[in-house]
Ligand binder design. Structure first.
Ligand SMILES: O=C(O)CCC(=O)C(=O)O
Ligand SMILES: [Fe+2]
Length: 349
């Protein structure tokens, strides 16, 4: 297993993308993808059509909306949801206050990075990217659950409102998640409590910052990956596009739909549904003009043991993934990140 070596604050500061971006056009070679990457296409009809779900219809178990949900998750592994019941002014304020956090002096932000933990807190994932091309992204990454993993010293003191807003956001997303869990189960023809997780709310929160990048055609904000979660909820900055998803070797830009939450299924959800629902492989593009912020909540399974639902295994659909423990899966995450691989592939039957 790859050892993740913690950095001093000084070393971390030299890797922060926001600090690199301040220097102008001179960016380290290692961020540049020599051969570029395949272009993504616009697909506004997709995002306003089959991948746009009306949450209010899901809560009333509308058969048409459930069928739409099932098709979105089994073909694309993601969708956007409107009428989710979360106050838009709250979500917009969260983005605004997150922006204020990233605009604080470096010294203040570094108070949220723990010397012995480069995963949690303020920092950048490029700290453990090894020989891989690093992402043009800084973040504040906080564990919420289980409580033993939560590190209070990584929570921001400033802006004063931010801590409270992250907790509030986690509660609001948790309410949405409870309905989504039931709707997903129903859409598969199962009892509504079959696909249940997030009893204690999201496991992790992440505020992403993608500073403007002078070479958007050669630099990615986040390289292609599937999330290491059951499901992920994301509210993006509305002014700036960036998120893109992969389907059948084609990249699609995610259109900004006003007020919508973006939801994508993760690897652990794919394992739990025996591959019936797919985890969406996604990446983030950069742009040369504006910062982009996203506010993300990640859900893990309630149990440490993960296995496909027996209801979703049949002669038709043999078991795809073996039962595994999160203790086996977690260490694989960082190693796979470095190598650009998907840890779930190691658990195929
Ligand atoms: O910022 C985004 O749009 C995507 C973020 C993401 O993929 C992640 O945090 O896992
Ligand atoms: Fe992601």
């Amino acid at each position: 297993m790859t050892q993740v070596v913690p950095l001093t604050k000084q070393e971390l500061a030299s890797k922060l993308v926001q600090e690199i971006a301040k220097k102008g056009d001179e960016i380290p070679e290692e961020y540049l993808r020599k051969d570029g990457f395949p272009e993504a296409i616009d697909a506004p009809d997709l995002w306003r059509g089959k991948l746009l779900i009306d949450f209010s219809l899901l809560s009333s178990y509308s058969a048409t909306e459930l069928a739409k949900l099932r098709s979105a998750l089994s073909q694309w592994g993601c969708f956007q949801v409107i009428n989710h019941g979360i106050d838009i002014s709250f979500l917009e304020e969260l983005i605004e206050v997150s922006k204020q956090f990233f605009a604080l002096p470096l010294e203040e932000k570094l108070k949220c990075s723990a010397a012995d933990d480069i995963v949690q807190g303020y920092g950048t994932d490029s700290a453990y990217s090894g020989s891989q091309t690093p992402n043009w992204n800084d973040r504040l990454f906080l564990f919420l659950h289980p409580k033993e993993r939560l590190r209070h010293e990584c929570w921001p003191q400033k802006p004063e409102k931010l801590r409270e807003m992250i907790v509030e956001y986690s509660k609001k997303i948790s309410t949405v998640n409870k309905v989504i869990c039931k709707a997903m189960s129903r859409s598969l023809g199962l009892e509504e409590n079959c696909l249940e997780f997030g009893k204690h709310g999201p496991a992790m929160a992440r505020l992403n910052l993608y500073p403007p990048c002078p070479y958007p055609e050669r630099v990615l904000g986040a390289k292609p990956h599937a999330d290491h979660t059951v499901i992920t909820y994301l509210f993006p900055e509305k002014e700036v596009e960036g998120l893109q998803i992969l389907k059948d070797d084609q990249w699609y830009k995610v259109s900004v739909i006003p007020d919508a939450l973006f939801i994508n299924f993760g690897e652990l959800g794919e394992a739990m549904t025996n591959g019936v629902f797919k985890s969406a492989v996604h990446r983030v593009g950069t742009n040369s003009e504006k910062d982009r912020i996203s506010a993300v909540m990640f859900f893990n399974p309630d149990d440490e043991e993960v296995e496909p639902l027996s209801e979703l295994i049949s002669a038709h659909k043999p078991q795809l993934y073996r039962k595994f423990n999160m203790k086996e899966y977690r260490p694989k995450i960082y190693e796979s990140f470095r190598l650009g691989l998907r840890p779930l592939h190691g658990f195929q039957v």
